[in-house]
Design a protein. Sequence first.
Length: 132
Amino acid sequence: ELLEHYSDLAERQQEALVKFDIKSLESIVKQQLDCSSKLRQIEEKRIKLMMVWLSIPMKDAVKIRLSTIEKHCKGMDLIKIKKFKGDIQNVLADIHDINSTNRVLANRARSSVQQILSVFTNGMNYVCNVKV
C-alpha cells in the first residue's frame, strides 16, 4: 500500500514536471520524503522480525529475500507470500519506469533553464531594445 502511494506520488511528480509546477513539485517531494521514511521504518521492523523469527544475526536478516521466506512457509501463507512478492515486483517496476521518465524530464528542464539563462547573460543580446 505504501509502495502504491509512492508510485502515485511519482506519477504526480511527472505531471508537475511536464507542467513545470514548482509548488506542486515541492509538496510532492516532501510527501515522497515522508513515504521514504515510513518505508525505512517498515524495513527496520522487517529486519528485526527476521532476526527473531529465524534466530539469525542482523547482517543475515538484511540479506533475506522473499524467496528465502517462501521456503519456510506452507499452505495459505505460501500463497499469500507469492502474491505479495508479485505485487511488490509490479509496483517496483512501475516506480522504476516512472522515475526514469522523471529523471529525463528533470534533466531536460534543467538544460532548458540553463540555455535560457545563457541567452540572457551572454551580454550580446537585446531584449525589448534594452541590453541585458
